[in-house]
Ligand binder design. Structure first.
Ligand SMILES: [Fe+2]
Length: 376
């Protein structure tokens, strides 16, 4: 028995074709659209421009994967030329996180504030009123449409920062599975694995509660039983819809628990080796299941039925193996060009990550070293 609370303020709109509802959510306000060059090339930016008419006062379609201190500052400087009431973020996690960073910089008043805030812990201004964000995720993995934080990288120092404030939750999330239909096989796998990691990390998390568990287990079940089928049928709208729903549910789970050790391990893998986020945070899942199972077997056994496994760690690990086998993904770091000589760098980054402490099993330094060693 323990006391707990759950909160998520995002208004959610979900369904094939639901993007058509966007003008009704924006008008009479003025919006700036943040997206990637790919959406402009595929004609989606143009369609939104047409449907939003005068309500869309600016388009910034230069978002690249993994937002950096430099790229979010550039986005702010571009957005500054427009007079807008809200930000529309159309894209994956990088786009939605860029929108959060933009909203925060804009509300702080100075472009230099974000680096000072993230690197030197300069606080949010007392009167912090960021502009609302409408998040339109186009991948099924990030969950950023229902969380209050965004990742910003310092690529000079190879460090990952998180900008976080309760006013940075998007005000609305518009989830249209039709927008995910053009994702290729690799993007589909990696984003699905990100959602799986969010779900599992939310369960082996010190901050778990009955609501987050319910969302997380449902999300895990949907990914586990549908992702292998989807990668062989990429334009199947029903499966796309299921995966987008899984990603949303995992987001609702970890919006309250945050992530844990798998994500802490992933950050140096992305910063040092450029491993895509969803892949990087899924590689440690099997090993973490073992470590967490020794500490709290009852909690880990919540996964058994989903994995089609007996309630034993060995059987559940086989379930994870089966999924990766079907996806054609190796779980060994050495298969992705990560060298064992960098194990210490990974270990150092994991030790200093705030996410490490969220893990339900408290691992000491030798456990952590052993865990990282087994990833190769
Ligand atoms: Fe993630």
């Amino acid at each position: 028995m323990f006391n707990w609370q759950y909160n998520n303020p995002v208004e959610i709109h979900f369904g094939p074709g639901i993007i058509k509802k966007l003008p009704g959510l924006v008008v009479p306000q003025k919006a700036v659209l943040i997206t990637t060059p790919g959406f402009t090339k595929r004609g989606i930016t143009g369609l939104l421009k047409k449907s939003l008419g005068n309500s869309l006062v600016g388009i910034i379609d230069t978002v690249m994967p993994n937002p950096t201190l430099e790229s979010v500052k550039e986005t702010f400087l571009k957005a500054r030329q427009y007079k807008y009431d809200l930000i529309i973020a159309l894209g994956g996690g990088s786009t939605i996180d860029t929108a959060k960073a933009l909203a925060a910089i804009e509300a702080s008043g100075t472009v230099e504030w974000i680096a000072d805030h993230l690197k030197h812990k300069v606080p949010f201004p007392q009167k912090f009123q960021p502009k609302p964000i409408i998040a339109i995720p186009t991948t099924s993995g990030t969950g950023s449409e229902v969380t209050m934080w965004g990742t910003v990288w310092d690529m000079v120092e190879k460090k990952k920062y998180s900008i976080c404030h309760s006013l940075l939750y998007p005000s609305k999330a518009v989830l249209d599975p039709e927008l995910t239909i053009t994702l290729n096989k690799e993007e589909t796998i990696y984003s699905g694995l990100d959602a799986l990691s969010h779900a599992m990390e939310s369960v082996w998390n010190k901050n778990h509660n009955p609501v987050s568990d319910t969302f997380a287990l449902q999300a895990m079940s949907l990914v586990y039983s549908n992702l292998p089928e989807l990668i062989n049928d990429l334009t199947n709208l029903e499966l796309r819809s299921t995966l987008l729903q899984a990603s949303l549910l995992a987001g609702l789970a970890f919006s309250n628990t945050r992530t844990a050790l798998a994500h802490a391990i992933s950050y140096p893998l992305t910063a040092l080796y450029g491993l895509p986020h969803g892949l990087a945070c899924s590689l440690p899942l099997r090993i973490l299941l073992g470590f967490n199972g020794i500490c709290n077997f009852d909690r880990m056994s919540l996964f058994a039925k989903i994995l089609g496994a007996e309630p034993s760690l060995a059987s559940m690990k086989e379930g994870i193996d089966g999924l990766f086998y079907k996806l054609g993904i190796s779980m060994r770091l050495s298969d992705y060009g990560v060298s064992r000589k960098d194990a210490h760098e990974i270990y150092k980054a994991v030790l200093s990550s705030e996410r490490t402490d969220n893990n339900i099993a408290q691992l000491d330094q030798s456990d952590l070293k052993a865990l990282i060693d087994r990833l190769f």
